[in-house]
Design a protein around this ligand. Structure first.
Ligand SMILES: Cc1cc2nc3c(=O)[nH]c(=O)nc-3n(C[C@H](O)[C@H](O)[C@H](O)COP(=O)(O)OP(=O)(O)OC[C@H]3O[C@@H](n4cnc5c(N)ncnc54)[C@H](O)[C@@H]3O)c2cc1C
Length: 658
């Protein structure tokens, strides 16, 4: 069973964190409980939160001086591991240590760190990250909560002016949170300075709302029952001046505002950029849950049998059907590809967040763009794949005891929180078009499209991983066309790059044409090409992912693992090209015969990989008890009993489906 070379390749740089989690969280104590009530789920998750290890664990990201290990990469990987046990527990821990604690670290200064971080790490002080309002989720620059400084009292007045400005969907708000990092418009001396954050107590020690604070419960949700999401409103709550998290903007006792970053919009995006880890974690957690689902579906498909070949008595294992392989193996290839891309993203995050001198702005922006793109890619892939795995178990997939229903419900919202995927892809495209998204501020700043179009291009196709290797592979492609092998890696890379470049050229052309038409409303110029913009972003993410896969294979030394990964990479590349056949044919990048040959090659690869299907999921090394799937335990015995019974004389099996 298993293939350690493959497992090592997937475990990657933080293999020690993954292994420690497998050991420290062994057993089923932390595993999701199907069919639990809302109250029991919340109570269980709150209790378990305090039992989670700090190191390795999500809290390992905190500075060493306060009890963390200053290991942001390890923290992100620990969150992935927790996601394989219980997504509510992972999200609750993510709210406490990633969002709430992370905001105190990133936006606060030493006085806040000294006063609160130890209690945040120990979970003695539970808190919320209160950014979203009922009226504004994606466009948080437009939040309506105000926090107005009064030099007479030396305090801020925090206020929710109307219902659309109440904080909504906030994790830890309905039950457990005692404090919140609250985002609001900072006003002092009669002028607004944009969105800032304050640390605000919301409940007393007995859990009662503090004066002026109204707390509500979002109630039952589609999933993540163990997380108490709720609403918070403020009625002129007085907040001491020192509670402003003032790393990026300070207010003096007399009300004078100062900041190292003059431009309000740029300051805001810089502040948001420091919170990028949450997005990285959500993408990784979605992939971790996808790995659970695929492991369940593949192992089930190996033992479950349905229909017999004509003239044969023994029925066929589901995994032997091409349609099943088309679903599971192709999703598995994408999951492998995304794993390597996530590993690279976490490494970049780690390098940037542990650098001992300020990181240049371009690298930070690139990290944010990549985090946005991969979060969208991984969460959408999770949603599609977990549904496919649910169907791959037939009726059994629908029963809560077989885990997939829970995985589906819990990961659903991952496409929305930590940034709606469609909005995130626009950020990726904006990054490609401008190089520096803060030049343009919020999305409506796209009116300067002609300016954008003049400047771009050369940054766009910067290599992402293993730059020289990838360039060498592309340069070695022996011309374009029919003669290049369909499994030529350089050809795959060139095809992905070509699609990205061509789509981008098209967007630039269309933006220019739009801007030259009079009268040109800036919103319309951008909106008329929005579908095209999203395609550019997707094509870019596809290339980033493929390049990461290629780099991952180059790092793998075990020959068997390398060979398997190489075939999986072929499968990922060719299924992606196949999915965009229409585009490649329309743009004469594929002839019709070669396009058909791509499909033939995909099927051929499925046949080659079929015997290793179980090894490919075993390499995720998810402990059996973490899968928590009843039918995986029961089905092998049932099949054995059936096989023994089938030795008796029986009527010929039916040959057609119901
Ligand atoms: C379970 C859960 C937990 C959460 N936890 C927290 C938390 O702890 N703290 C917190 O602050 N927030 C939290 N959120 C809020 C979450 O981050 C927001 O819901 C999310 O950012 C989306 O905002 P919205 O709901 O206002 O949707 P909207 O922004 O209104 O989006 C609705 C739709 O409009 C589309 N859309 C929006 N803008 C554009 C555009 N420019 N172009 C094209 N389409 C567009 C989107 O694609 C989407 O389909 C949580 C949400 C949920 C559901």
């Amino acid at each position: 069973m298993g293939n350690f070379g493959l497992r090592d390749a997937l475990d990657g740089r933080w293999a020690h964190v993954r292994q420690a989690a497998r050991e420290q969280l062994a057993g089923s104590r932390f595993v999701a409980v199907p069919g639990e009530s809302l109250d029991r789920s919340r109570e269980r998750i709150s209790r378990l939160l305090r039992e989670l290890p700090i190191d390795p664990g999500i809290a390992a990201g905190f500075p060493i001086a306060y009890g963390g290990s200053a290991d942001p990469g390890g923290s992100a990987v620990a969150a992935e591991m927790l996601a394989q046990l219980d997504l509510s527990l992972m999200v609750k821990a993510g709210v406490q240590w990633g969002l709430f604690g992370g905001a105190v670290v990133a936006l606060g200064t030493a006085k806040h760190h000294d006063a609160y971080l130890r209690d945040i790490i120990s979970a003695d002080l539970l808190g919320c990250f209160a950014m979203t309002e009922t009226g504004h989720g994606s466009d948080v620059q437009q939040l309506r909560t105000t926090c107005t400084y009064d030099p007479e009292t030396g305090t801020f007045d925090l206020h929710t002016p109307h219902e659309a400005a109440r904080k909504d969907y906030i994790g830890n708000a309905a039950r457990d949170g005692r404090m919140a990092v609250v985002f609001a418009q900072l006003i002092t001396g009669g002028r607004g300075y944009g969105v800032h954050a304050w640390l605000v107590p919301i409940r007393d020690d007995e859990g009662r709302p503090l004066p002026g604070v109204t707390l509500g419960d979002d109630g039952p949700k589609a999933g993540l029952l163990g997380v108490d999401n709720g609403r918070i409103s403020f009625d002129h709550v007085s907040v001491p001046r020192e509670m402003l998290l003032d790393r990026y903007g300070q207010v003096a006792p007399d009300g004078t505002y100062s900041s190292p970053i003059e431009d309000d919009s740029r300051r805001f995006f810089t502040m948001l950029g420091t919170l990028v880890r949450g997005r990285v974690v959500v993408g990784g957690a979605a992939s971790a849950a996808t790995k659970n689902a695929l492991t369940i579906a593949v192992r089930y498909g190996e033992v479950r049998r349905q229909f017999a070949a004509p003239g044969e008595r023994r029925e066929i294992a589901l995994n032997d059907y091409l349609a099943h392989q088309r679903t599971l193996l192709t999703a598995l290839a994408t999951t492998y590809a995304l794993s390597f891309a996530q590993e690279e993203l976490v490494s970049t995050l780690h390098e940037i967040q542990t650098a001992d001198r300020p990181v240049d702005e371009h690298r930070q922006r690139e990290l944010e763009s990549r985090a946005a793109g991969l979060k969208a890619a991984q969460t959408w892939h999770a949603t599609r794949t977990i549904q496919a795995c649910r169907e791959a178990l037939g009726g059994a997939g629908y029963l809560a005891e077989n885990r997939l229903a829970g995985l589906k419900a819990d990961t659903d919202v991952f496409t929305t929180f930590e940034g709606d995927n469609t909005v995130l892809l626009q950020l990726v495209a904006k990054g490609l078009l401008t190089g520096y998204r803060d030049t343009f501020g919020s999305l409506d700043g796209w009116g300067r499209a002609t300016f954008v179009a003049e400047q771009v291009r050369e940054m766009v196709l910067e290599r992402t991983a293993a730059r020289s290797l990838i360039q060498r592979l592309i340069d070695a492609v022996p011309g374009r066309g029919e003669q290049v092998a369909l499994t030529d890696r350089g050809w795959h890379l060139a095809m992905f790059e070509d699609r990205e470049r061509h789509l981008l050229d098209g967007v630039i052309r269309r933006l220019r044409a739009g801007a030259s038409r009079k009268p040109a409303r800036s919103f319309d110029i951008f909106n008329d090409v929005q579908d095209h913009v999203l395609s550019v972003a997707s094509a870019h993410v596809d290339r980033v992912v493929l390049e990461a896969f290629v780099a991952g294979i180059a790092r793998t030394t075990d020959p068997d693992a390398r060979d398997l990964l190489s075939k999986m990479c072929d499968l990922y590349a060719l299924t992606t090209i196949e999915a965009h056949k229409g585009w490649y044919l329309e743009h004469q990048r594929l002839t019709p015969p070669r396009s058909k040959a791509v499909t033939g090659m995909v099927n051929d690869l499925l046949k080659q990989l079929r015997p290793r299907l179980v090894d490919l999921v075993d390499a995720f090394a998810i402990p059996d008890e973490w899968l928590a799937c009843a039918v995986l335990r029961e089905e092998p015995e049932r099949q054995e009993a059936m096989a023994a019974h089938d030795l008796l004389p029986m009527p010929e099996p039916a040959s057609s489906a119901r």
